[in-house]
Design a protein. Structure first.
Length: 286
């Protein structure tokens, strides 16, 4: 997720001083690139320490790192203006030809995969793999676009002998979460990490002692704060778009990597299971 999108999404949850800082950045992001934190604090009407705390809240080490992230994003935006054929899916227009749309879509999906992979903390990821591998059951929770990713991951894990629970109905998801135990794992997929129903499901699972793993767009999202482990799915998906193309691409990057890593760990068991499943399905067609 771009830094400006992340600030926009967090805006409703920020304290008053933090909202002042966020609005100053969103109103004129270019203006902060050439000023110090003390000057920015004066312009925003807050303390200098508030600037540092705000930077850390959105995942930056400090104000200099925040300026670099904003500068890089503005540079990318300028590139897309200068070279429209490289623009992201969010800027596809009704005048674009099919070829241009294909180029933009390919660029967007590739960017989501690369950025998501770049953000992986492989030490945390390995812990997640170990937890899923040894879990008694794995509940996978998601709705709408994230629900499609949840189903796909569930089918993949079942192929290699991992017991999964996946339901489209929100009430059933929460009811299933109530049955979890400390031996179980819950994986929650939510790009924004702000949906109340997903947070309720995670809270219920955690209350039962299950380990909660969040696949979400930001490690500072409300869902991430509930989870025991967070895997970031990075995408410049606009919150108001319904197709969720790049966000699902980012999620699938992580879920496919989870599947491949588990395949490695369970190779002696997984290969016969996949082969037997394939043979059984083929026999149904005879």
């Amino acid at each position: 997720m771009s830094i400006l999108n992340e600030i926009t999404w967090l805006l409703p949850e920020l304290a008053e001083n933090q909202k002042k800082i966020a609005k100053c950045i969103l109103d004129n992001p270019e203006s902060i690139l050439s000023i110090s934190s003390s000057q920015f604090a004066e312009d925003a009407g807050v303390s200098q320490s508030a600037i540092v705390k705000f930077s850390q809240k959105i995942g930056m080490k400090g104000f200099p790192a925040l300026k670099i992230a904003i500068s890089e994003e503005l540079s990318r935006n300028n590139l897309f203006i200068s070279y429209p054929h490289k623009a992201l899916h969010n800027s596809i227009s009704s005048e674009d030809s099919l070829m241009v749309m294909a180029q933009k879509l390919a660029h967007e999906k590739t960017a989501s995969i690369m950025e998501t992979t770049r953000k992986i903390n492989f030490s945390v990821f390995q812990q997640v793999i170990s937890l899923i591998n040894t879990a008694q059951r794995v509940q996978i929770v998601g709705i709408w676009g994230s629900g499609l990713t949840a189903k796909d991951l569930s089918y993949k894990l079942q192929k290699i002998g991992i017991m999964t629970l996946v339901e489209a109905d929100l009430h059933v998801q929460i009811a299933a979460a109530l049955t979890l135990t400390p031996k179980d794992v819950q994986i929650v997929l939510s790009f924004t990490g702000r949906r109340k129903d997903m947070r309720i499901a995670a809270t219920v699972a955690k209350a039962q002692g299950a380990t909660v793993i969040a696949i979400t767009g930001s490690k500072v999202s409300p869902l991430a704060k509930i989870a025991d482990y967070v895997l970031e799915s990075i995408s410049d998906e606009n919150e108001w778009r319904s197709s969720s193309i790049s966000s699902r691409t980012a999620q699938n990057t992580l879920t496919d990597l989870i599947f491949l890593a588990l395949m490695q760990q369970r190779k002696e068991m997984a290969k016969p299971l996949i082969l037997n499943a394939s043979m059984t399905i083929n026999n149904l067609d005879d």
